[in-house]
Design a binder for this molecule. Structure first.
Ligand SMILES: [Fe+2]
Length: 213
C-alpha cells in the first residue's frame, strides 16, 4: 500500500467524522461528502526525457506536416478539482501516450511497432479558470510490456498547488482489456476514478480530483 493510499483513506476517516459531528458548509448547508481522489498510478518507463519542439494540446497535427497522426482522433476533456469539488485554475498537466500502433517515442521503448512521425505523443497544458482542460489526440493502442498486456491508456502528471498526482486514464469501451491489465487491476476499488466517461462521437470526459488541491 502506498503512502498516498494511506493518506487518502486518512482523509476519508477525517471527513466521515466531521459529517457525523454535523459539519456545516459556509452557507449553513450540510457539508457535501468529499470526492474520491483520482487513483495514483506509476509514472512508468516512458515519461518523455526529451520533448518535441511542439507540446500544445493538439497531439494530432504537427506544425509544417502535411499529414495528421494515424489512428482514431479523439477529444478528451475534463476539470481538475480538489476533494471538495472546487475547480482548480492554473493546474499544470503533462500528458503522454503510445501511438495508434501501441508504441512510445522513447529510448526505453523495446516495441517493434512503428513510430508515427506525425504524432506529437506529449502535451503540456494548464487548466482554465473553471479548472477545465482539453486535448485532441488519437486513441492509443494496447501494447505488450514486461508486466503483461497494457490496456489503452493515457498518462497524466498533474500539479496543483499542494499535490502532484501521476495517473493513467482508461477508456470505458475497453472493459475486457482493462480487466486483463495488472496495473489497472491493482487499483482495486479506486479503478473507477481512472476510467473516462464516453461523451459520444470520439469524445471523453475525465475529471481529475487532487486530494490536497
Ligand atoms: Fe503507458
Amino acid at each position: 500500500m502506498s503512502r498516498l493510499q494511506v493518506s487518502r483513506r486518512g482523509f476519508g476517516v477525517m471527513a466521515g467524522a466531521a459529517l457525523v459531528a454535523g459539519a456545516r458548509g459556509a452557507q449553513g448547508q450540510p457539508a457535501l461528502p468529499p470526492l474520491a481522489g483520482t487513483a495514483e498510478s506509476p509514472m512508468g518507463p516512458f515519461y518523455p526525457v526529451s520533448h518535441l519542439a511542439e507540446d500544445d494540446a493538439d497531439l494530432v497535427w504537427l506544425k509544417g506536416h502535411s499529414q495528421r497522426a494515424l489512428g482514431e482522433v479523439i477529444e478528451v476533456s475534463g476539470r481538475v478539482l480538489d476533494r471538495h469539488g472546487k475547480p482548480m485554475a492554473d493546474a499544470t498537466l503533462e500528458v503522454w501516450q503510445a501511438n495508434a500502433a501501441g508504441r512510445y517515442a522513447h529510448p526505453n521503448e523495446m516495441s517493434k511497432a512503428p513510430l508515427d512521425p506525425n504524432f506529437q505523443g506529449f502535451a503540456t497544458l494548464k487548466t482554465g479558470k473553471d479548472g477545465d482542460w482539453r486535448i485532441t489526440t488519437i486513441k492509443p493502442a494496447a501494447y505488450d510490456s514486461p508486466i503483461g498486456l497494457r490496456t489503452p491508456h493515457i498518462h497524466f502528471d498533474v500539479r496543483g498547488t499542494g499535490h502532484r498526482l501521476t495517473a493513467q486514464m482508461y477508456f470505458p469501451e475497453d472493459a475486457a482489456l482493462n480487466a486483463r491489465d495488472q496495473l489497472y487491476k491493482g487499483l482495486g476499488g479506486e479503478a473507477g476514478t481512472s476510467v473516462a466517461a464516453g461523451a459520444g462521437a470520439g469524445k471523453y470526459r475525465w475529471d481529475i480530483v487532487l486530494m490536497d488541491g
